[in-house]
Design a binder for this molecule. Structure first.
Ligand code: 5GP
Ligand code: ZN
Length: 111
């Protein structure tokens, strides 16, 4: 048991609307979308934030980032915004690293 909500989603304890999965990465739609399309790219391994990533995570981070355009275009977007909140002062609420991808609106959220 873990109290990390994203680990619980990865373990299948909480449902999610997944759009991509591989052995290292899971991508699902945000439960409270801030844009018409809003999904989250996260490592299956629990990493608290970008600030706690080690050099050994370099290729994982690269793979996560490269999925953003691939999945955004598959979702029909022509452009998108990415965001990584880091630490509570950086607006992070779920302490399991994730990349937000927003799109589908001319006015995108500023937060
Ligand atoms: P943060 O503020 O940590 O960068 O973003 C956390 C995001 O996770 C928020 O946009 C929030 O809506 C989303 N979120 C929180 N709990 C759940 C959940 O149980 N399922 C899904 N799909 N998204 C969640
Ligand atoms: Zn976790």
């Amino acid at each position: 048991m873990t109290d990390c909500i994203f680990c619980r989603i990865i373990n299948g304890e909480i449902p999610s609307k997944n759009i991509y999965e591989d052995p290292e990465i899971l991508v699902f739609h945000d439960i409270r979308p801030l844009a018409p399309t809003h999904f989250l790219i996260l490592p299956k391994k629990h990493i608290e934030s970008l600030a706690t990533c080690e050099e050994s995570s370099e290729s994982l981070l690269g793979r996560m980032l490269l999925l953003a355009p691939k999945l955004a275009f598959e979702q029909g977007l022509k452009g998108f915004r990415t965001m990584i909140n880091t630490g509570s002062e950086g607006g992070q609420e779920v302490f399991h690293l994730h990349i937000h991808v927003f799109g589908g609106a001319k006015t995108l959220p500023k937060t």
